[in-house]
Design a protein. Structure first.
Length: 328
């Protein structure tokens, strides 16, 4: 099997390539840069086959994919700067990448009868209520440019192909690139007080864990829509709950408290509550986001289990492994 992976300069593409390499699956990576531009960590992705590709260039997409002729494409490339996407001079570019680029890839996948996996987001919904979003829910109502263009990408895939996976994720963190955990760890070193929203609810996604699941999925024909984040804690299932860790779906405030709790437990005293105070605030009180943010990012992941896939580990465990990966 041969797999073409877009966006390997980002968090998820990096881990997908490494997971494929670990399975002995032939993979070719791509991104907009002339050569691999991710973290030079010596892992497999840094030496794997790579092609430069602008996914908004339909002719280049067709030429590249026809030459590689993969059995499947895992499409990780996207515009993900949510606030910047709201700028009037950026909207056209964001749509060209998230919607047009995805359509370009889907069209060639149909031509060569290749599977396609598209990575999407809970932002395709309106972010209201408290009920976890079902992956097959079609009540789309994106509230910002990022969400709308990712939805347009979903529709491009589902209307063009039969052999597709659409996998929605949320609150992503990984080794390669910027993310919320890295930002909070940096802020905790330089601030003695932080304000974090506590009315946006969901669960985070560790790209190392997600990459394993995506690679499990791509070798099957269990097509359709799925949701995949790290699992929320469920004490009813007998899972260990570390002291101070909230069970169930969490807020960004809960997430931050656990990041700091674990970092402090590893000997980094700057993250102790007495050294860095974290105060919960509402989204309205925080008031810095230009894009409308979802209050409800709860994603129902039960379809994964029904399909026979192994769900991602609980999120505090993912945080613990990630901090070790960062050298904490």
């Amino acid at each position: 099997m041969k797999i073409f992976v877009t966006g390997v300069g980002g968090q998820l593409g990096h881990d997908v390539m490494n997971n494929l390499a670990g399975r002995g699956i032939e993979a070719v990576g791509s991104d907009i840069a002339p050569s691999y531009s991710g973290v030079a960590d010596g892992t497999a992705v840094t030496a794997m086959p790579y092609v430069q590709l602008d996914i908004t260039d339909a002719a280049a997409v067709r030429k590249t994919i026809l030459e590689i002729h993969p059995d499947a494409v895992i499409h990780c490339a996207a515009w993900t700067a949510v606030d910047m996407a709201e700028d009037d001079d950026k909207v056209e570019k964001v749509r060209a990448i998230n919607a047009g680029g995805t359509q370009n890839i889907a069209r060639v996948c149909r031509e060569i009868d290749a599977k396609m996996m598209y990575i999407s987001t809970d932002y395709v919904f309106d972010g209201q209520g408290t009920t976890p979003w079902d992956p097959d829910c079609k009540d789309y109502k994106a509230q910002n440019v990022y969400g709308q263009t990712k939805l347009e990408g979903e529709l491009a895939v589902s209307r063009t192909l039969d052999k597709y996976f659409i996998v929605r994720i949320a609150w992503v963190f990984g080794k390669n690139g910027k993310n919320y955990i890295k930002t909070m760890l940096d802020l905790g070193k330089t601030h003695d007080a932080l304000r974090v929203v506590d009315d946006q609810i969901g669960t985070p996604t560790y790209t190392y864990d997600l990459a394993r699941l995506l690679c499990d999925m791509i070798v099957t024909d269990k097509y359709g829509y799925y949701h995949a984040t790290n699992s929320e804690l469920d004490t009813a299932q007998g899972e260990y709950t570390p002291e101070g860790t909230k069970t169930g779906y969490i807020s960004w405030y809960d997430f931050t408290k656990e990041i700091f709790r674990q970092a402090a437990a590893l000997g980094h005293e700057e993250y102790l509550p007495e050294n860095t105070k974290v105060t919960p605030v509402t989204t309205a009180q925080y008031g810095l986001s230009r894009a409308v943010r979802p209050f409800n990012s709860r994603l129902d992941k039960s379809k994964l289990i029904k399909a026979g896939f192994q769900p991602l580990p609980v999120w505090p465990d993912a945080v613990a492994r990630y901090l070790k990966e960062l050298g904490y």
